[in-house]
Design a protein around this ligand. Structure first.
Ligand SMILES: NC(=O)c1ccc[n+]([C@@H]2O[C@H](COP(=O)([O-])OP(=O)(O)OC[C@H]3O[C@@H](n4cnc5c(N)ncnc54)[C@H](O)[C@@H]3O)[C@@H](O)[C@H]2O)c1
Length: 355
């Protein structure tokens, strides 16, 4: 490998562009190729990438010809299975955007195959890498709240954005909102709680968004709000509260971890970590800054930048990925369990997925 890590971007839509913007500001890394069948996306990629790039309409041609070290998979969720199938024929390092795949069977097969892939295989779970979130996790794992008992993650935000060919309007393309969007938070739960989920209960629906839209005569079927409770094997209770018609929120993401002696909160985009103790009662707010240049290079509070530094470290040092295909699979499985719980009106055991 050359000193500079050469990246090929597969899918230069919104998330592919965020990857390009972040690779642009990292020394010894460069986007050299872009593959996307959509002219508008290739144009966006060309305008964003620094220096000369090669363009392809078919990513398979890029995989065959291009002198790249790593590829980013930032195509619609339902395409990940096929794209990964072709990448597994190479030895390239790969960062595959979440969710790993849209069904349990496909995600399981990809996670199995990734075990023998020669390059680094990394699943894009940006939220772990937001600097205030990293600090929050350090506080929880360092025992600032005592023994962890409860962990809650709220995302209150705007509706899903418009995507190329409107792929995100139907659950068959995304895996369902609790797979597409919330796999980030189920991954965070496992990361923070350091245990595996046993049981998932959820209530959710599509109550406000996209109900007046039609695509080829079909109304979108994507859930826009839910509560999901997850019981973990170590006794910790976790909860996710998602609302996608809540632009009127002070923060988009709010996490709280409560232990037997205190409570730690994380507030994004405020960028604050609040450390509270029970006895004697105290509440301290720590602001965790993110460099302006890094904040500007994306929509995820600096996360993509720090994720790329970690991904590149795994490539250069040959270390294990911080977010493995197995992590990607388990996050998808919790999302699918939550959807099953809503559809069937019952608690779902993770053992139903063989996990
Ligand atoms: N980690 C995050 O926070 C985050 C945020 C947004 C999106 N994502 C993920 O990134 C992926 C892309 O989402 P997006 O929001 O950028 O969607 P998008 O529609 O903006 O972009 C997807 C791009 O992929 C292209 N594409 C489709 N099929 C392709 C193929 N076979 N080969 C190459 N390109 C192809 C499309 O033409 C489009 O340009 C999805 O998996 C999504 O879940 C992750």
């Amino acid at each position: 490998m050359s000193d500079t890590i050469r990246y090929g971007i597969i899918g230069s839509g919104m998330m592919g562009i965020e990857h390009i913007m972040n690779i642009n500001i990292i020394p010894d890394a460069r986007v050299t190729e872009i593959a996307d069948p959509h002219e508008g996306s290739r144009e966006w990629g060309r305008a964003t990438a620094e220096g000369e790039i090669e363009e392809y309409t078919d990513y398979r041609e890029m995989l065959e010809k291009a002198p790249v070290d790593a590829v980013i998979v930032a195509t619609p969720n339902f395409t990940h299975k096929a794209v990964l199938g072709d990448i597994f024929e190479t030895k390239l390092h790969v960062l595959c955007e979440k969710p790993l795949c849209t069904t349990f069977e496909d995600a399981k097969a990809a996670a199995e195959r990734a075990k023998t892939h020669e390059g680094v295989f990394w699943v894009g779970m940006e939220y772990r890498f937001m600097p205030p979130v990293t600090r929050f996790v350090e506080e929880v794992h360092g025992g600032s709240a005592g023994k962890l008992r409860m962990f809650a993650i709220r995302e209150h935000r705007y509706p899903f954005l418009q995507k190329v060919d409107d792929w995100n309007r139907f659950s068959r393309n995304t895996g369902g909102t609790l797979v597409e969007k919330s796999c980030h938070y189920f991954d965070m739960m496992r990361h923070v709680v350091q245990s595996e989920p046993l049981r998932v209960y959820a209530s959710g629906g599509q109550d406000v968004n996209h109900l007046d839209e039609k695509y080829d005569g079909e109304t979108p079927d994507i859930l826009d709000n839910a509560f999901v409770v997850v019981d973990f094997a170590n006794g910790v209770r976790a909860m996710h509260d998602l609302c996608m018609f809540a632009e009127g929120s002070r923060n988009q993401e709010e996490m709280s971890a409560v232990g037997d002696s205190g409570k730690i909160e994380c507030l994004i985009p405020e960028g604050n970590v609040v450390i509270g103790k029970r006895k004697p009662k105290s509440v301290e707010t720590v602001h965790v800054p993110v460099q302006a240049e890094v904040l500007k290079a994306g929509f995820h509070h600096g996360a993509s930048y720090y994720q790329h530094l970690a991904f590149q470290c795994a490539i250069r040092e040959g270390t294990a990925p911080q977010v493995s295909a197995e992590d990607g699979l388990r996050a998808v499985a919790i999302g699918l369990a939550a959807h099953r719980s809503i559809e069937e009106g019952r608690p779902v055991l993770m053992s139903e997925f063989g996990l």
